[in-house]
Design a protein around this ligand. Structure first.
Ligand SMILES: [Zn+2]
Length: 149
């Protein structure tokens, strides 16, 4: 199966009887399906949100968390244009912090030229998933970024 970009909200149509490969998200907190979105672990005491699993809240030391959906639309709060990276990593790219309805999300910007003329603070963006490649068993890895809204 050839790798192909999967746009946000698009549906893959299966037109033959070939086994359909599974999709796996690059990170645990990315939920795929018809409406891809991120999920955070929210402290039930103070509401602080974390994408990794915590034993205790960094804000209030609470130990109880619940899964919550994170807004898929946000605005760019901070960014840096990365021009040097490890071999094999295409540069330049934009690493950003996105305010998604009050939840701070780190991710790369996609579908935008990586220069200060095209990336600005306060720019509205929306979550976008994309194929990172397919292995020999047809399992496709899905990553996420944020594209201009
Ligand atoms: Zn807390």
């Amino acid at each position: 199966m050839a790798a192909s970009p999967i746009g946000f909200g698009t549906v893959r149509r299966v037109t033959d009887t070939q086994a359909v490969g599974a999709q796996v998200p690059l990170v645990d907190y990315l939920v795929l399906g018809d409406s891809p979105h991120l999920v955070a672990n929210q402290c039930t005491s103070c509401g602080a949100r974390f994408f990794d699993r915590r034993n205790a809240c960094a804000g209030c030391f609470g130990t109880s968390f619940e899964k919550v959906d994170v807004a898929t639309d946000g605005i760019v709060r901070a960014f840096t244009i990365v021009t040097f990276a490890a071999p094999g990593v295409a540069v330049p790219f934009v690493s950003a912090t996105i305010d998604c309805g009050g939840t701070s999300v780190r991710g790369n910007l996609v579908d935008v030229e990586a220069n200060p003329e095209h990336v600005t603070l306060g720019m509205p963006v929306t979550l976008k998933t994309y194929s990172m490649g397919t292995d020999d068993n047809g399992t496709e890895a899905i990553g996420f970024g944020f594209a201009p809204a």
